[in-house]
Design a protein around this ligand. Structure first.
Ligand code: 13P
Length: 281
């Protein structure tokens, strides 16, 4: 199964009423674990990495690894740049062959966000890649470095933004935030439903870590078709390693390597079940 475009994956998710898990990866072990879960469960998936993480995992190294994993997978896999903030980085991802990019202009004034997003849409067109953008502000930040205040999406703005920019997927803020939630999030399903009624493109939920299964299900039955999971994968890989040491199961480097794969695999598989993506590949 080839590397695929995110647009095609999300179209199928809309037609068959499920969500595609978009899993952030930081190394080969996480790539391997997520792909293993997708192949075993026959789930289409998206592999992604955020621009802010590239200081740990440089794009010119991890990007080709993500693409190679996708090309060799037995299920459809899209490769996505998450939270792109600079045109340089977005351009590099497109040149490498990423099949979609996110431009995150959520912190910009509305008109500036529209203008920059349009520029990214026209850049991506030349590569046949899809574009995700964000309207409203998802709380926190992808790497926890800044505590961005959450600002719920205005359905009116979402409709105008989608129309004017021509993006393929739209991330919205409905009480969700990146990282671990301090308190259980109370998602604004009223806003989600209102956006869904006005916007025809697939919607994206960031900040997947810590959202309850029943809320995930309500989200993907109400227009969310891409769900981002990052912190939970990192935490699962780290926890598996820690438990491995505690139980004396790690005797050397490669035992640790295997534990990381297992952590990423188990976490991804659990989410694929909740997203109803199993068997959809
Ligand atoms: P979490 O780290 O909360 O899972 O959020 C992931 C995300 O939205 C990446 O863009």
């Amino acid at each position: 199964m080839p590397l695929v475009n995110m647009k095609a994956l999300l179209k199928d998710a809309m037609e068959r009423n499920y969500a595609v898990g978009s899993f952030s990866v930081a190394n080969l072990e996480m790539i391997q674990g997520v792909i293993k879960a997708a192949e075993e469960t026959k789930s289409p998936i998206i592999l992604q990495i955020a621009e802010v993480r590239l200081n740990h995992s440089p794009l010119h190294i991890i990007g080709p690894a993500m693409l190679a994993a996708a090309k060799n997978a037995s299920v459809p896999v899209a490769v996505h740049l998450d939270h792109g903030t600079t045109l340089e980085c977005i351009g590099e991802a497109l040149r490498l062959g990423f099949t979609s990019v996110m431009f995150d202009g959520s912190h910009l004034p509305f008109e500036k966000n529209v203008e920059m997003t349009k520029e990214v849409v026209s850049m991506a067109k030349g590569y046949g890649a899809a574009v995700e953008a964000e309207i409203g502000c998802v709380g926190g930040s992808e790497d926890g470095s800044v505590d961005i205040a959450m600002r719920c999406t205005s359905p009116d703005q979402a409709e105008i933004f989608a129309e004017r920019t021509g993006v393929d997927a739209l991330a919205i803020a409905i009480g969700n935030a990146h990282g671990f939630y301090k308190e259980a999030p109370e998602l604004r399903f009223d806003i989600l439903e209102s956006v869904r009624d006005r916007v025809s493109i697939p919607l994206v939920l960031h900040g997947g870590t810590g959202i309850e299964p029943e809320d995930f299900i309500r989200c993907h039955q109400s227009g969310i078709k891409k769900i981002n999971i990052a912190t939970a994968t990192f935490a699962a890989a780290e926890r598996k390693v820690r438990e491995g040491y505690e139980k004396g199961e790690i005797k050397g480097y490669y035992d640790m390597h295997v534990k990381q794969i297992e952590g990423a695999y188990e976490n991804a598989k659990k989410h694929m079940e909740i997203f109803y993506s199993i068997g959809k590949a």
